[in-house]
Design a protein around this ligand. Sequence first.
Ligand SMILES: Cc1ncc(C[n+]2csc(CCOP(=O)(O)OP(=O)(O)O)c2C)c(N)n1
Ligand SMILES: [Mg+2]
Length: 625
Amino acid sequence: MKTRRMTMAQALIRFLKQQYVERDGREHAFFAGMLGIFGHGNVAGIGQALGQNPDFRYILVRNEQSAVHIATGFAKASNRLRTFACTSSIGPGATNMITGAALATINRLPVLLLPGDIFARRNVAPVLQQLESAATQDTGVNDCFKPVSRYWDRIYRPEQLITSLPEAMRVLTSPSDCGAVTLALPQDVQTEAFDYPEELFEKRVWLIRRGEPDKLSLDRAVAAIRSAKRPLIVAGGGVLMSEASQALSEFVTRTGIPVAETQAGKGSLAWNHAQCLGAMGATGSLAANRLACEADLVIGIGTRYSDFTSASMTAFQNPQVRFVNINTAEFDAYKVGAVPVVADARVALEQMSEALGGHRVSAAYAAEISALKTEWDEEVDRLFHLNGKDSEGVGKPAQSEVIGAMCEAAGERDVLVSAAGSHPGDLHKLWRTRAPNGYHMEYGYSCMGYEIPGAMGVKMADPSREVFAFVGDGTYLMSPSEIVTAVQEGVKIIIVLVDNHGFASIGSLSRSLGQMGFGTSYRMRDAKSGQLDGETIKVDFVANARSLGAHTIKAENLKELKKALEEAKMQTRTTVIVVETDTTPSVPGYDSWWDVAVAEVAESEAVRAARAKYEEARKRERYHL
Ligand SMILES: Cc1ncc(C[n+]2csc(CCOP(=O)(O)OP(=O)(O)O)c2C)c(N)n1
Ligand SMILES: [Mg+2]
């Protein structure tokens, strides 16, 4: 056996450079490089190896959590066919990545995490940043990655890489099992040499399979569709990951079956496709939610049925409703008592289309779909132009007007990125997606702080698309620092920062539960009351973003916002547009509900009233068995 003597870290980098994936005859390098921050736990191992491999791009970031978000945004925008690895030191650098790991795993997106770990040799323990245990020496903070990783290993000896790396790649490239993969790397082992077999470093192409459906399951699904009077498709993120938009469009054009989209699945169809009813569930459109309520067959494609999609299990009220689920993951395919079709979305849609022949929904149902769609499109137009179509607006715009202006400024292929706050709900309802992956909402973990690094990952995946990050003031204050990395890398994104002085989302949720918005707005502590109900805190976001290196623009009204968006598109540098909004005209809910449990006993009359309403609403929650 031919071998090559290298350190464990050098072998790892050399291996990563040789990993490729292939789907539909197209081949890509799987890793675009490594993101990270060095400390004593990785500088002499991974750091030395990266320095020796300048052709493997290394990106120095500002926060390890953001490194994972960049990798995740990149992986999602690449339909899981590419990602980054992330390196950190031991201790806090490593645990900073845990939030990112949870986010990636929940969203089923591949990222490779390489936290440094304490000395395997142990004789110098406790080392700086080591968590000690009196019960065992075989534990440390990196064990916290276990529940948030799809594959987890600790490399105590350099040769363990040889068996661990293929397992890591299997999981990262799996259409059903992918998520965060964590390989904890003790800092001494990273630097230890071993005679690695040359074969480990040969180019390897991982096939991303398109799973065929089982014939019997497909027959049952087709029979269910044939006998349904009011079928509805719920399109989830799996449609986009499988690049099945065209197949879905052909399937629904032929059959007339309408499509409601989850947060991850929005943009599966262009917004103006005749069968596209827009958002589904708690943040759903009037059209989708009305049809869901009476549907007798729900065809879930690539969806996990989160509570936002099922409106906390109240969305589907037809007593006869049945489900067909097309999913690469058996786990999701079997949810809600469905006929499970464990398969790739595109393949399943093509085969179902063929099996259904000329089958179409009834003329009456088709007319109903079309009328609801028209009604919904008019409602979105109204919310985009609250003061009429020609009004340029005076004073602070409403959030729906900001979304309207961004939608009109964005080109056909441009991408909107968001994650947490009041805008995911508004955007789910209102954004008009024109091309697949044009709507990038991280709503599996809905993590404040994902937006800016996530948008950077999206831009790196396809620099030909303009990328807009929609960011609340709360999110911005939590994590603005990756702007520095965007400037460093010449990655241009447009950040629209909506300043409403705190948490509009959780504030209105709190008020809807009778709690008066306690603790949700940015106010000074008042000397008299002793509470956070003093003056509104003013933060100069323009100065802040400029200090980090961004081009900045302040927009006082809708007219200035539209001008700012045009200016931002011309810029080559990351640009931050700050706009204060009027939160009074909020976007309503449309026949939807979300279960947030209210206090069962309380001194406040308003909370008691909210509890009574809550108990009533919960009666609509159903089991689908
Ligand atoms: C990391 C993290 N912490 C807390 C939350 C809970 N949360 C959801 S939205 C929100 C407020 C977001 O404020 P902002 O970004 O200003 O958006 P707005 O609600 O004002 O639209 C909070 C605290 C979260 N989603 N993520
Ligand atoms: Mg806010």
